[in-house]
Structures are given as structure tokens and as C-alpha cells.
Design a protein around this ligand. Structure first.
Ligand code: HMG
Ligand code: MG
Length: 361
């Protein structure tokens, strides 16, 4: 496969995206240049949701404030799900309130994204925005940086995972999503979709049909999602199966600019699969500082690919992310320490060792 090509050809393939599929779903994707990658930092949501011990609100807010200074432009800040399903996310309303009142200082507009499982979740979010007099796009002022509020909704590519994660069938989950998108659009809120278990399901195994993933991705885009993040929830994806999935999505008429990739790193394949995605022309990737995370409905699955590792790899390939690796590495070490867990980012640990002057890494 193309990964075996000589290094220089790989670089040129990355710079000159050759895949230009027909944009059947002409959503208003943000401008993507061939050498710029947008990183969606999912640590405060995907990273923290599975932590057993209740994390103080101040730590969650500090994490978001620190991330806002690294150059990332999209941060998943929490989720409006019932506390009995994901107790760790119960403070999301307070996080939204805080981010509206005192958005962290940053050099650019940051999109804060919230996961919503149903229309009730979005109504709860909108209630807070209304109470605070906020709109989806808040212009900046000398004292407040500009922000946008966005949502993510999610469906799964297998019936078993759909039942475990959302207590309904795939068809019912898509029906549930329609009014969420309608309400979001009426409020000018940008919508991101997720398709979970795209490369393996903890209940149905690794052979999730790529055609099913394409069908659900297309449904979300047709409903009005602005982008869809195709998720390897379990980290079971391999390079050949990632390529097969991406080719199937392209053959279904789905434009690369409407897609993001979301890799968990259970088998250590996330970066390999990222490069497959890059070569195919994808320019939006999700990751979690310090490799935080896991999924409550996918036992044994580990966190997302660490943001530090992703940034290091992308920069080594000549891609631009706008993210400061050194700052991100400090945050990975800080939050891992706060949570009493190991820092899962190798690039993060190496960067810190270099900064501390203990070696020439
Ligand atoms: P359900 O129990 O069938 O919901 O759950 P229900 O509609 O029957 O309601 C039950 C109770 O919850 C009711 O209260 C509702 O009012 C309340 P009661 O009458 O018992 O007092 N309720 C709510 N409360 C607050 N916020 C809400 C809400 N909705 C209902 N939004 C439901 C169905 C979809 C809500 C549930 O299954 C759910 O929340 N699932 C989400 C679980 C989750 O958050 N999973 C992790 C995130 S997804 C993920 O990590 C994957 C991703 O990272 C990509 C990847 O890697 O694959 C995105
Ligand atoms: Mg995830």
C-alpha cells in the first residue's frame, strides 16, 4: 500500500491532496488547506467522562483554560447527558455558564463543543445560553475573546453498541437526532456528528461493515451535520481497514472536508491510522491531551490518541496545527498528576524531559 512508498513521496502526497471527491454533501466546512490540520481537543469530555473519581469543577475549568492557550481552536468541553448515565459530566452546565461569562484568554476564536444525546440535552444547553444572554457566536471585545458554542451528537455503526450507549436502535437514534439538528440550526449552532465503533465494536467484533458506517455518515450529513467524526471507539482499527473504510466513504460521495477521524489508541495504532487518514486527504483529527480517556460502554478500550503525540507526528510531516507542543506537554503532565494516572503521551514526556534539560531529546 501507499505507506510503503519512499518518505519523500509520502510528504508530497500529504501536501498535495490527490483525493478530490464529489461533494455530495455541500456543508459549510471550514477552510482546510492541504498542509493545515485542525485538531479537536476532546480531553475535557471524552478524556474525563470515564474517570471514576469525581473531578472538581475547578480542575475541569482549569484544564479548559490551559488548553485554550495552546493554539487549539476546538475544545470539547462536556456533555449534556443524564447524570445517571455519565456522572462525571454532571457539571457541564456550570462549565458552559463559566465559559460564557469568562471565556479563557486566547489569540483566536475558540469553538467550545458539547455532546448532546437527545433534544432534552440541547434544550438544557440552550436554556443556559438564554439565561446568560449568549448566542452561538459571541463576538470578541477588549475584555472577552470571541467564542462559538457548538454541539456534537452521536450514532453507532452497530446495533449492540447503539443499544448500550444510547438505549435505542440505530434507526431510533437517527430519528432522535433529527429534532436536535433542527433546534440547533434554528439557533445557528454548528453541529458535529459522530459515528461510533466504525472500526470495531466491543460486542460485535472487528468486522463492522464500512458500508454501514458510510450509510450513517451520509444520513447525518443529509440531516444537516456540518462535519462527521468517524470514530474508532475501541482502537481496533488497523491501517488496511482504515484505508478500506475511507475509500468506502469516498465512493459513497462523502467529501473529505466533511470528515474528521477520532482514534482511540488501545492497540497503539492511532498514529498509523492517522497517517492513512492524512494520505487520504482528511484534515481534522480528534485527540485528548495526555491520552486521557476511555469509553464507559467499551470496557478495556483506552483513551484517545494523545494530542501531544498527534501534534509531534503532524509537525514531523511538515503539517501545521497551530498547537504549541511544549505547552500541550505541560498540560498533559499536569492533568495526569491531578487525576493520579499515568501520562500516556510519549511525545509529551519526551518534550518535558528535553525542556527540563535532562537530555538532548
Ligand atoms: P434513557 O434512560 O433511555 O432516557 O437514556 P429517557 O429518555 O428514558 O430518560 C430517562 C431519564 O433521564 C428521565 O428522567 C429524563 O428526563 C432524563 P426521569 O424521568 O427518570 O427523572 N434525561 C435527561 N436528563 C438530563 N439530560 C438529558 C436527558 N435525557 C433524558 N439529556 C440517553 C437515553 C440517550 C439519554 C442515554 O442513553 C444517554 O445519555 N446516553 C449517552 C451515554 C454517553 O454519554 N456515552 C458516552 C459519550 S459517547 C462517546 O464517548 C463516543 C465518542 O467519543 C465517539 C467514539 O469514540 O465512539 C463520541
Ligand atoms: Mg471517543
Amino acid at each position: 500500500m501507499s505507506l510503503l512508498r519512499p518518505r519523500l513521496r509520502l510528504f508530497s502526497a500529504l501536501r498535495n491532496t490527490s483525493t478530490q471527491p464529489t461533494r455530495r454533501f455541500a456543508t459549510e466546512a471550514r477552510t482546510l488547506t492541504s498542509d493545515h490540520v485542525r485538531i479537536v481537543e476532546v480531553g475535557p469530555r471524552d478524556g474525563l467522562q470515564n474517570e471514576k473519581k469525581s473531578i472538581p469543577l475547578e480542575i475541569k475549568i482549569q484544564l479548559i483554560e490551559k488548553l485554550a492557550k495552546t493554539g487549539v481552536t476546538t475544545i470539547e468541553a462536556g456533555s449534556f447527558v443524564p447524570a445517571k448515565w455519565v456522572p462525571q459530566m454532571a457539571s457541564t452546565g456550570e462549565i458552559l455558564e463559566h465559559l460564557i461569562r469568562s471565556p479563557p484568554q486566547s489569540q483566536h476564536t475558540i469553538a467550545y463543543n458539547y455532546l448532546v444525546p437527545n433534544v432534552k440535552g440541547l434544550e438544557n444547553l440552550v436554556k443556559i445560553m438564554d439565561a446568560e444572554g449568549a448566542t452561538a457566536e459571541m463576538p470578541g471585545s477588549p475584555s472577552k475573546p470571541a467564542t462559538t458554542t457548538e454541539i456534537s451528537l452521536f450514532a453507532a455503526a452497530t446495533e449492540a453498541f447503539s443499544r448500550a450507549n444510547t438505549n435505542c436502535t440505530i434507526a431510533e437514534s437517527l430519528e432522535r437526532i433529527k429534532p436536535i439538528v433542527e433546534l440547533a440550526k434554528s439557533r445557528n449552532i454548528r453541529v458535529r456528528g459522530y459515528v461510533s465503533v466504525a472500526l470495531g465494536c466491543p460486542y460485535e467484533g472487528p468486522n463492522v461493515p464500512p458500508s454501514k458506517v458510510a450509510e450513517i455518515t451520509a444520513s447525518l450529513l443529509e440531516m444537516g451535520a456540518d462535519e462527521v467524526s468517524v470514530a474508532d471507539t475501541t482502537g481496533m482499527g488497523t491501517a488496511p481497514r482504515t484505508l478500506e473504510l475511507l475509500r468506502t466513504l469516498t465512493a459513497a460521495g462523502i467529501a473529505n472536508s466533511d470528515l474528521a477521524l477520532h482514534f482511540h489508541d488501545t492497540y497503539g495504532q492511532a498514529l498509523v491510522n492517522t497517517i492513512v487518514g492524512l494520505e487520504h486527504g482528511i484534515r481534522i483529527f480528534d485527540s485528548s491531551v495526555g491520552g486521557l480517556g476511555g469509553c464507559p460502554y467499551s470496557k478495556g478500550a483506552t483513551g484517545n490518541v494523545a494530542t501531544e503525540d498527534l501534534v509531534h507526528t503532524l509537525h514531523s510531516l511538515g503539517m501545521h496545527t497551530g498547537v504549541n507542543l511544549e505547552e500541550m506537554s505541560k498540560i498533559g503532565a499536569w492533568i495526569s498528576n491531578e487525576l493520579g494516572r499515568a501520562n500516556e503521551s510519549r511525545a509529551g514526556k519526551a518534550t518535558l524531559a528535553r525542556l527540563e534539560g535532562s537530555c538532548q531529546l
